[in-house]
Design a protein. Structure first.
Length: 458
């Protein structure tokens, strides 16, 4: 008799797990407490997978041999508590997918509070441009389970969240990358930062001396936790400062790699000018991606090719155009102060900063010095801008608007040739927009429209 699995949640991870489970002979039942989209229903129906929506059938779920839950479902919900009480294993989709990854394939798993999407995309791009048979997935794009079910890959580059790591048992990547840890999602961790730190460090718990762990030496919570733990993996620390004690570090104009791997000393130098990304935080991301590729024995020449040709995902310090020497950059995904710090720090030109939205309990002291040094004007784009204007209104020329088009026009008026107009909101988008993508898309269109208007007047 085949084993039965219940899958909670019909998101990307749930659909992928259902397909993989079916492929390996499980009796699969998918349950979602909400509505399932029409396109996902069609996928489930095409595979003949039993499913329900609008509630959970406890009798079926509690009779399962194992349950795979969506990362978005907290452990404290009654259904999960009932499963745990009955002794039914509850795992994450990445744990389930890992069982069926061929032993010859390599997994690079990347986590961190900020920067994991960029690092994942860059690592994938480097391996792909080197001609390797590589898949991209996890928390960005296609679920790992679906990739394993439908593809034939030699490498998997996977972005993983703390929520996904909470449900692992044997998940063991060949390379684990931890970029940074700052307070986030604390409502899932009883508002205990240390619990969140422990969740991120689950990425290391199954590593042996045969695997590699790449971590950011500039993140104090990370280095403090590394010092406490006995991590069996080969350790690679990266730093955006000139710190020759680390395996990868940065001087003014170069990334320096000086490390030992497979009992051989290695040294490489990469000019910062060869990298398409900007900002010190992106140098951490780049060093992490480069080290990941080096441990996969990709040549430095192939890595340089990948670094030069990489284009980051939209809304992450995305260059949107230049008008009369004024550059416009879309960093709409910067929905917290920490992310804005990286944006302000990484841009060398004077900045007209567009910020605002739904405040997430922001404290702006972290960026006050950067604002004073670099920001010549602040445009508040939100329904309630009182916290921003109260903090910076007395030191920086400030305007307010609820229109992206007006914000872009104001930015252009306040800037001079050589300046940057930066959308980096520090806030959630839901007061005026569907999501941060909608906000960034509108910014991109507004820049395009302004450019066309200026051209038409010439």
């Amino acid at each position: 008799m085949s084993k039965s699995i219940a899958i909670l949640g019909a998101g990307e991870s749930g659909i992928g797990a259902a397909i993989l489970g079916l492929k390996h002979g499980y009796r699969v039942f998918l349950s979602d407490a909400g509505a399932i989209s029409a396109d996902r229903k069609l996928v489930l129906q095409s595979y003949g997978i039993a499913f329900e929506e609008g509630g959970h059938s406890e009798d079926i779920i509690l009779a399962s041999d194992e349950v795979i839950k969506s990362p978005g479902i907290p452990d404290r919900v009654p259904m999960i508590q009932a499963l745990v009480a009955k002794g039914i294993p509850v795992i994450s989709e990445i744990e389930f997918a890992y069982r069926y990854i061929p032993q010859t394939a390599k997994v690079i798993a990347i986590t961190g509070t900020n920067g994991k999407t960029t690092t994942t995309l860059l690592t994938y791009h480097i391996l792909k441009s080197a001609g390797l048979k590589v898949a991209l997935g996890g928390n960005v794009g296609v679920s790992l389970a679906k990739l394993v079910a439908e593809g034939d890959y030699d490498y998997f580059v996977v972005e993983v969240s703390s929520f996904q790591l909470d449900g692992i048992v044997k998940f063991k990547p060949n390379v684990a990358v931890l970029l940074n840890i700052t307070p986030d999602h604390l409502d899932r961790y009883d508002y205990d930062f240390q619990k969140y730190v422990a969740s991120k460090f689950r990425i290391t718990e199954n590593l042996s001396h045969e695997e590699s762990f790449i971590y950011c030496a500039d993140s104090e919570p990370v280095t403090e936790e590394v010092a406490k733990r006995k991590i069996e993996a080969c350790l690679f620390a990266v730093s955006a400062t000139k710190s020759p004690k680390w395996e990868a570090y940065m001087d003014d104009e170069h990334l320096i790699f000086n490390y030992r791997f497979k009992e051989k000393d290695k040294k490489h130098t990469i000019p910062v000018s060869e990298i398409s990304l900007i900002g010190k935080h992106n140098m951490i991301n780049s060093m992490s991606a480069v080290l990941s590729a080096l441990t996969m024995e990709v040549s430095i020449e192939q890595i340089l090719k990948g670094l030069k040709t990489f284009v980051n995902a939209p809304h992450r310090l995305e260059f949107c155009g230049e008008i009369d020497g004024v550059r416009f950059i879309n960093d709409s995904k910067a929905t917290n102060v920490d992310a804005v710090y990286y944006a302000l720090e990484g841009i060398r030109q004077p900045i007209v900063w567009i910020a605002g939205g739904i405040d997430k309990g922001n404290e702006y002291d972290q960026i006050a010095g950067l604002v004073a040094d670099k920001v010549k004007g602040l445009i508040c784009l939100g329904v309630d801008n009182s916290k921003l204007t109260g903090r910076f209104g007395s030191t920086v020329e400030t305007r307010e608007t609820r229109s992206v088009e007006e914000a872009v026009n104001l930015g252009y008026e306040m800037a001079a040739s050589g300046d940057v107009v930066l959308l980096s909101p520090a806030c959630a988008s839901f007061d005026l927009f569907k999501n941060y993508e909608d906000r960034g898309d509108q910014f991109r269109v507004a820049v395009k429209n302004l450019k066309e208007t200026k051209r038409a007047k010439v």
